[in-house]
Design a binder for this molecule. Structure first.
Ligand SMILES: [Zn+2]
Length: 297
């Protein structure tokens, strides 16, 4: 189980999360190469944080489409803390950079980021912005600034061992509220430049509350003071979870229509049809019996 914490202060709202278990689960399901896992883990982390502002059955989908070896990543998250996704080419990999990091920007390349929110309205909300760095975090900050006019600091990181095992993953998202004071913005910018990556903080044993304290800690003050007080609004478990089911896929196949199903089962005499969920790799098998009403006259 991962963890997520959400809070607010006079000038900003924030989300902090530990997605170590989520990224490890994604690696197991999709058998990702390390560089893809780094990019995918960042997307899963961003998705679960962005979705923490949804309500009820609302859903959020993030999708990158780009010209690098990664091609595309899709991540879907909901208000309950479930997140899932898939990479179009999980085996895509690149040599590591000299400093040991995985070369996520080169794996992503140039392209677009799509943010889709299904808020239960007739049409989903779709925002599109250009990928500006390929590192995911800056791309999302750019998206928030251009599409939602919200100044945002977002950090997402994945720490993998040289063998590609997930050591830690997590992120934080800080968004300025309308009319945020200049002094708060300056303090926040200095703080972000000064602190370690969240994976290092988590590996150092810090809790999400400790990290919230660190973000709001007034660096110059002795004894320690906060830049401003904050309130924790929510603390919850998050996990990699797929809600697919046999019935859901059966309905999907039924949407192929009578002619197509007759062709498969009656003309081509297929004994069974296999469907694999792209999010969790569960396999479902269907026989002609499952579509009786379509195959009988
Ligand atoms: Zn599934």
């Amino acid at each position: 189980m991962g963890k997520l914490l959400r809070g607010i202060s006079k000038n900003a709202k924030f989300v902090i999360c530990d997605t170590t278990d989520i990224v490890a689960r994604a690696k197991d399901i999709h058998e990702c190469a390390p560089t893809t896992l780094d990019a995918f883990g960042r997307m899963l982390t961003a998705g679960v944080m962005m979705a923490s502002y949804l309500k009820g059955s609302e859903l959020m989908t993030l999708k990158t489409e780009s010209d690098g070896p990664l091609k595309a990543i899709t991540v879907t998250a909901d208000a309950a803390g479930a997140v899932k996704g898939f990479a179009s080419d999980p085996g895509a990999d690149l040599p590591r950079l000299e400093d040991g990091r995985y070369n996520v920007p080169a794996l992503v390349g140039n392209g677009y980021l799509r943010v889709m929110k299904d808020l239960g309205l007739k049409e989903p909300y779709v925002g599109i912005s250009e990928l500006v760095s390929g590192g995911i975090a800056k791309d999302l900050a750019y998206y928030y600034f251009t599409s939602e006019q919200t100044p945002t600091v977002i950090s997402v990181s994945v720490h993998l061992s040289p063998e590609g095992a997930v050591l830690a993953a997590g992120g934080y998202l800080v968004q300025l509220l309308p009319g945020a004071e200049e002094s708060f913005i300056t303090a926040l910018e200095q703080k972000i430049d000064a602190i370690l990556e969240i994976t290092e903080l988590l590996e150092g044993g810090m809790s999400l509350r400790d990290i919230a304290e660190l973000l709001y800690d007034d660096m110059g003050s002795e004894p320690k003071k906060r830049v401003e007080d904050f309130e924790i609004l929510e603390e919850k478990s998050i996990e990699y979870r797929c809600n697919c089911s046999r019935e859901r896929f059966r309905k999907g196949l039924a949407a192929l229509g009578k002619t197509e199903l007759r062709k498969i089962f009656l003309e081509e005499k297929e004994e069974k049809l296999e469907v694999v969920c792209q999010f969790c790799k569960t396999k479902y098998y269907y026989k002609a019996d499952d579509f009786k009403t379509f195959l009988e006259d």
